[in-house]
Design a protein around this ligand. Structure first.
Ligand SMILES: [Zn+2]
Length: 280
C-alpha cells in the first residue's frame, strides 16, 4: 500500500477523535427499558437513568444520570434523557457526543440552572447560558451548598498509535459531589485506571465506566479502583449492553461488601414488565 493511502485513514481517525468524535451518532435505542430506572443512593436521594442509547449501531448503557434530593435536581452528562424536569445543576465531564448533547441541555435549562464543565466544553455553551463554571481537574468549589471536587479523567492506553480518546492534556473531568444532605457521589467520567483516583474515599455511590476498548477502564480495572475507593454502592456505566462478560467480570471481582447495582435491566426484565426496580 502506498504510504499516502495508509496515512489517510489514520489522519482521518485522528481528526475525528480530536474533533470530539463527530462521526459518532447518538440516538435513543429501541432496546431501552420503557420506564426510567431508579435507585435510592442516600437519604432522600434517588439516582435515575433513562437507559440504553444507540452509539452508531451499538446499544450502549451511557454515563447519563439524574440525582434528585428534596430540594435539588442534578444531571450528569445528560444524553437522550426523554421526558425530564429542568435541573438546578448540569455537570458535564467532557464533550464527546455520548456525554454532551446540546439538545438535552436546552431541554433541562431553567433560568437558574448552573452548568459545570471543562473549559473546552464551556466554549460550546456560550450562546445558551452565562451560568457556566468552567473547571479543571483537581479543583474544589461550593455552589448553592453542594461541594464539588473535580477529578482527573484520562486515558493511559491509546486507541491507535499515539492517539488517545481522552488525552490528559484535554483536561476532562470526573466529579465527587457532596450533596446538602451529606450524600457523596463519584462520577468517574471517561477514564482509565489512573493513580489520582486512589485519593477518592468515603463515597456513598460510585459511577464507573467498565466498557474498555481503549476508551475507558474495562471491568477488571474498574473493579480494582472500586476496591480501593470502597464506595457503599457502585453502578457500572459506559458499556455495550451485549457485553455481559465484562459486566460479569466486574461483578465477580468487586469486593463483596460493595453493592453492585446494574441499572441496565434490558436483559433482566421483559419489555413490558414494570414490576419496578431498585434497592430501597
Ligand atoms: Zn469520551
Amino acid at each position: 500500500m502506498k504510504p499516502d493511502r495508509l496515512y489517510f485513514p489514520i489522519i482521518h481517525l485522528a481528526l475525528s477523535i480530536n474533533l470530539g468524535c463527530t462521526m459518532v451518532k447518538v440516538t435513543t435505542s429501541e432496546k431501552r427499558n420503557p420506564t426510567p430506572q431508579q435507585v435510592v443512593v442516600g437519604e432522600n436521594t434517588t439516582l435515575t437513568t433513562w437507559g440504553t442509547i444507540k452509539v452508531n449501531k451499538a446499544h450502549f448503557f451511557p454515563s447519563s444520570f439524574q440525582l434528585k434530593t428534596d430540594d435539588t435536581i442534578i444531571y450528569i452528562d445528560p444524553v437522550e434523557i426523554g421526558n425530564a424536569e429542568p435541573g438546578d445543576f448540569i455537570f458535564l465531564t467532557h464533550g464527546h457526543p455520548d456525554h454532551f448533547s446540546i439538545k438535552d441541555i436546552k431541554k433541562l435549562l431553567k433560568r437558574e440552572t448552573i452548568i459545570v464543565c471543562p473549559k473546552g466544553v464551556s466554549k460550546k455553551l456560550k450562546n445558551i447560558t452565562d451560568k457556566i463554571y468552567a473547571v479543571r481537574p483537581n479543583e474544589q468549589l461550593t455552589l448553592e451548598g453542594i461541594h464539588i471536587r473535580t477529578t482527573w479523567a484520562y486515558n493511559t492506553k491509546s486507541v491507535l498509535l499515539w492517539i488517545k480518546a481522552h488525552p490528559k492534556a484535554k483536561e476532562n473531568v470526573g466529579y465527587v459531589l457532596t450533596l446538602k444532605n451529606g450524600t457523596k457521589v463519584y462520577h468517574a467520567g471517561d477514564t482509565d485506571y489512573i493513580p489520582e483516583t486512589r485519593e477518592i474515599s468515603d463515597v456513598d455511590v460510585a459511577l464507573v465506566p467498565i466498557g474498555g476498548d481503549n476508551l475507558t477502564m474495562n471491568g477488571e480495572e474498574a473493579a480494582k479502583i472500586i476496591n480501593e475507593i470502597r464506595p457503599g454502592i457502585v453502578i457500572p456505566m459506559h458499556y455495550e449492553i451485549k457485553n455481559r462478560n465484562e459486566l460479569k467480570r466486574f461483578e465477580t471481582l468487586v469486593n463483596r461488601k460493595i453493592k453492585v447495582v446494574k441499572l441496565d435491566v434490558e436483559n433482566q426484565l421483559g419489555k413490558n414488565d414494570n414490576r419496578g426496580f431498585g434497592l430501597y
